[in-house]
Each structure stands twice: as structure tokens, then as C-alpha cells.
Design a protein around this ligand. Sequence first.
Ligand SMILES: Cc1ncc(COP(=O)(O)O)c(C=O)c1O
Length: 448
Amino acid sequence: MPAPAVRTALPGPRSRALLESGEGLLYAGLAADLAPLVLDRKRGYTATDVDGNVFYDLASASASVPLGACREDLIEPAVAAIRRWGNEDSHALSSPPMFELARRLVELAPDSIDRVDIALNGTEAVETAVRLMRRATGRPLVLAFHGGYHGESTATATLGAEAASISAGDRALGTGFFHAPYPNPYRSPLAPARPGGSGDATVDYIRDELLFHLVDPGLVAGVVIEPILGSGGCIAPPDSFWRALTALCSEHGWLLCADEVKTGMGRGGTMLAVERWEVEPDLICMGKALGGGVMPIGAVLGTEAVLGAVDDLSTGSTWSWLPGSVAAALATLDAYEREDVLGNVAALEAVAAERLAGLAGRHERIGDVRAIGCFQAIEFVRDRASKERDPVLQGAVARLALERGILADSSTASLNLQPSLLMPPEALEVAYDLVAESIGAALSGDAR
Ligand SMILES: Cc1ncc(COP(=O)(O)O)c(C=O)c1O
């Protein structure tokens, strides 16, 4: 693979011309958000722009490309399936691979999971899960968490609470959700747990505050949670949280839905992140990496009590489980069986943990660093005592890293590094050298 090499200012002349052509053409919010480059091609963990600049891709298309870009062994089966079946609305007419994929998803999930519903993508999977939770329990309310991201449809944007801007126009319309702070060991406003409580500060807050003052637990269908906060910055709850949360769910008959759209398929170090804590959810949402970074697909995995008992809710949409997407997902699962994906994720986590600890040791303006599998994050602060977030510094680091050939995700509360699960550890070391250089340059006010 070529090394990162950025030879033009960004955007380069060809990228600039294309971006400018989009300014009066594309939705203004999209035009404003686009990175200062236009892609020419992607291969493995590299991306090349139309000016010939080469980047190491540590964004992985919002973590939807698990094993590197443009793998022929994943593309070919998808193309063959499209040639054979074209599109079919899989709600109406099935094809054999659909049954195999459902079986394999049930196999990889915890024992609680018996059945699968089909979805087009992560957003649709979460929408479906919420509707199923309400239908199965007959209760309207769903608890979710500050910092959680679940999509940008009206329902998923308001179920989520990652950044107020995401739900700004929808919050008043997307009713039926209430929120607690995510169990964030670095900046939870709730720690520590109180004596005689649930054993966990977040669950104490839910019990003592939300259920006492705000919401009758009998109105709650259940909880939707990212088992590791993905876009929100690679944050894992403490072990105490899962014990206390599952006890709370059992006590009130709440369904537990794990949104594994981003954590699933190994990014968190295990095939599903809930495996880390041996949590057995009632529902699991999948998407993103399930399609191998080749085709869009989502899924809702669920218990017999939910996906077997509810049979009168129409779910999904026309393109859910397009046969080509199903074929890509099956080929992706095959690749995970053939290749030591999780072994490489562990090696990448070790590289990241060591490099991130070094960075945190050197720079006071780094408040926290986290590495969980191929979720890695750096949280910049104005100072460590106040923990006040420093989006300006974060943006400067992201920009300087981009100029050095590192594509990362700086759209949220931390600089998130999400490499391909198969990136060679040596390449990740090179990437971290460049990130370290960028932090040094940003802190010294150096432009490059
Ligand atoms: C945890 C989580 N859930 C749901 C979604 C929505 O998935 P998609 O945008 O692929 O539809 C995302 C997307 O980032 C996500 O990270």
C-alpha cells in the first residue's frame, strides 16, 4: 500500500473545482460539511483524491467498511446476486441466501436471540426496533442516553442525543423518548454510585430521579443503548452499569435493545460488543459493516418473545435485504471466518493504547484517550481540571492530520480514529506518528 502523501494544498485544484461546482448544486448543509477533497479511488486502508494525494483512511466511511475498501471477494458475490435476482422486495419474495444470512446472524448472536428482521441500513434497523419494542410491550416510552447516536430520521435523531444540533428541528416532534447521561467513566455528572443503591451511578439516577420524578416505569417499553459509544467517542460503560441496568429491565419488564450498528462486526474487539459483558439483549440492531463496506444492509435480531410474538407490524422498506446486499453480508461473514480479523483488531488496539497513553502523557490539553478494538479516540480539553471540551483544538488537529495524510472523524466530541480492522499494525503506527506530529503542530500554533 502507498504511504500517505499530500502534495497539494487542500483542496487541491481538481478537488476545489468539483467542490465549487457542488456549492450551488448540493443541499447547502451537505456542501458545507464535505471534506476539502474529492475521492478518486479507495483501496484497502488508503484513499486517493482526484489530485493524487494519498491518505490513510482512519474513518472507514463512518465505520461501515470493516475489512478495507473495494475487496473483490466481497464485490463479486454481490454483483453475481444482482445479476441473478436483480432487486426483489424481500418482504414479499424471498431468495435462498436470505435464510442462510438469518441463520448465521442468529448463530453469531447471544443465546437470547432467535429471530431476525430485515432492514435497509442502521437507521431503519433502529426505527424498526423501537416500533417492535412498543408493539411488543404496548408501552410508549423508550429510554436512551446522552451521547448516543442512532441515525438521522425523525425518530432516530430524537432517540439519539449525541449533539443537540442533530435533533434541533425534530426534538419537539419525536416524542416518546427520555434520556439519561451515558455511563461515561471520564465525564459522567453522576458518579459515584450512592451507598445502598443499584451499585451504579447511572442506574441510581434512572431509578432515583427519572422513575421517581418523571416517568412511571409501567409506561416504558425499554432501553436503547450503544454498548460502546461510537460516534460519541469510543466510551465503554463500567461493568457495574450492565449488572444494574439488566436488573432494572427485568424488574419492570423493559426490553433491552443494543444498537450494535457501529460496534458490531468486530469493531469493538468482539463480534458483538455485548459479548464483552455477557449481556443478552432482547433486540440487537446491526448495519454498517454487515455489508462489508460493499452494499447497504441492516438487521434487527430479537428474541422469540419479540420477533416471534409480534406478527402484525409491517417493517422495513423496498430495498431491505436486496439480494446483492445479502450476498455481500454472507461473503463478509465468510471473510471473518477465513481471516484472523479479531486477532488483528487486538493488535491494533494494543498499538493504539500504547501510542495514545504516550500522547496523553505528553500533552496536558488531552483530557482523555480511549482505545477499544478499532474504536480509538482523543478528547481535547482546555485544561484537565475543568475538562472543558476544546473543539477548536480538535478541529485544528484534524485539519493538520488531514494535511499529513490522515483521514479521521472529527465531527463529534472527540477525534475518532476508526481504522480498517485489517490495517497492518505497522501502518497504524505510521498513522499515529502523523497524528502525534499534528497535535504537536496544533499546540505550537504551527500551520503545518
Ligand atoms: C450506533 C449507530 N446506530 C445507527 C446508525 C445509523 O446507521 P446508518 O447511518 O448506516 O443508517 C449509526 C450511524 O452512524 C450508528 O453509529
